[in-house]
Write a protein that binds this ligand. Sequence first.
Ligand code: PMP
Length: 361
Amino acid sequence: LERFVRNCLHDLKPYIPGKPIDEVKRELGLDRVIKLASNENPIGASAASKEATRKLLDQSHIYPDGNCFELKQAIVKNLQVSMDQLIIGNGSDEIIKLLAEAFLNQGDEVIAPTPSFSEYWFAATVMNAYVTGVPLKDDFTYDIDAMIQAVTPKTKMIFLCSPNNPTGTYLSKTELETILNNIPSDIVVVMDEAYYEYATADDFATGIDYINSHRVVVLRTFSKAYGLAAYRVGFGIASKELIHYINRVREPFNVNSFAQVAATAAIADQKHVEDSRDIVEEGKKLLYNAFEELGLPYVPTQGNFVFVDTKKDSKDVFTKLLHRGVIVRSGDIFGQPTYIRVTFGTAEENEIFINELKEVL
Ligand code: PMP
């Protein structure tokens, strides 16, 4: 069989997500397990979106609206874009894949920061494209000059992630404009803004400001601040022309009806997003303080997670925390073998994490 699969699959390391709580409970025989590993929303989904999906149960036999009309209308009300500048996906993960399918041919080059979200590598590699990883600087901020210098005549796409997963660092307006103005204008620039709602920096750049002037595609998601990760719904924002081509590779019913109504209701409940932001700010204060007390360097974050240097083998710290019922992400998977990435949880979860961390260090 090996000879029949696509060549690129031999080197491809599939993305392995954080272990689910039930699996850890089962495997380790633990009663109390908390997961601070997947940047989920600790206060869950808004009551309005839960109610909307409950009401839809009687429509379970009907195919979803393949055009996501109502959801697009709700998004348009909130953002200064038009309906034909939107594409909805089965999570923003799907849109990353659709972008690769729409624009990448064998042998094309793609640029992405490193460490960053592994789906960019995965999607490009499956299309037989090559990814040039441009390391972040020592402080984990973007190396703008290096990103620009990595461009070759074969470069078709550049991924930018801001706030960046796993570091929480971001691109300022000046930095984004420097990149956009110093690369060939036909390159597709993907601005992954999965954690946009949590960003607080005054000079934080959103790609939305550049969708009409450049080939910029912005990715947003309902999985994080909106607390709808289980439904799998995210969206892309770009010029009508780009959206047209991404739509060509999209399956007709890629976003299920429950996800559509849940996301539509969630947008209308901005109070819930504010509450999600508040809990992240509280977590930030608590964890920053604890890290300072423990003498652990951390990367100031714009996301709902923080990258911290445990000064120990991160795999070991990860495993010890796991056995104490706390799931985090080990930095070795991001090429940072002493760091861990921790999602801010509820006040109680944050306390548990800090106490257990003190025990294992
Ligand atoms: N982009 C980034 C940077 C992420 O961290 C994630 C979630 N891990 C995603 C995209 C995918 O989000 P979703 O598919 O749930 O919309």
